[in-house]
Design a protein around this ligand. Structure first.
Ligand SMILES: Nc1ncnc2c1ncn2[C@@H]1O[C@H](COP(=O)(O)OP(=O)(O)OP(=O)(O)O)[C@@H](O)[C@H]1O
Ligand SMILES: [Mg+2]
Length: 116
């Protein structure tokens, strides 16, 4: 299993959601966060000059899923979130050791399965 953590531009959330629709997403969490990347939140790079780091608003999406689905979701998230301009975001992919569904006490892939 994988944990996908994506940082995207807030106005791209709808497009990312649409790109993931019908892909068998078993759940998703969305948080408003603030962060910066290699431009330190500045639109231009002031080489050698000191400037304040600016924390810009981003949306963090977390999806726990199977390895197979993660392979499909990553290009979909990229497609939905890409503008081609700086600050489009990052996708972090990590191995996920376990998942528990609290109600049923299922664990592992069973805890991710779609409701039928
Ligand atoms: N190394 C990182 N660790 C954690 N979060 C990060 C990291 N890099 C970026 N982020 C998050 O992603 C957001 C967008 O990052 P951003 O797209 O600017 O990355 P970048 O590497 O600077 O790429 P680009 O050059 O396209 O702007 C940041 O505001 C931050 O929330
Ligand atoms: Mg950047």
């Amino acid at each position: 299993m994988k944990l996908i953590t994506a940082y995207i531009k807030p106005f791209k959330l709808h497009d990312v959601k649409k790109a993931l629709d019908g892909m068998g997403v078993q759940g998703m969490s969305v948080t408003e966060v603030r962060g910066y990347g290699r431009q330190k939140g500045q639109s231009e790079l002031y080489r050698g000059e000191e400037y304040e780091v600016a924390f810009l608003p981003k949306i963090r999406i977390e999806i726990a899923t199977t390895n197979e689905l993660a392979e499909k979701m990553i290009p979909a998230i990229i497609k939905g979130a890409q503008t081609g301009k700086v600050g489009d975001g990052k996708i972090l992919v990590s191995d996920l050791e376990n998942v528990y569904r609290i109600r049923t006490e299922e664990s592992g892939i069973d805890a991710l399965a779609e409701y039928i």
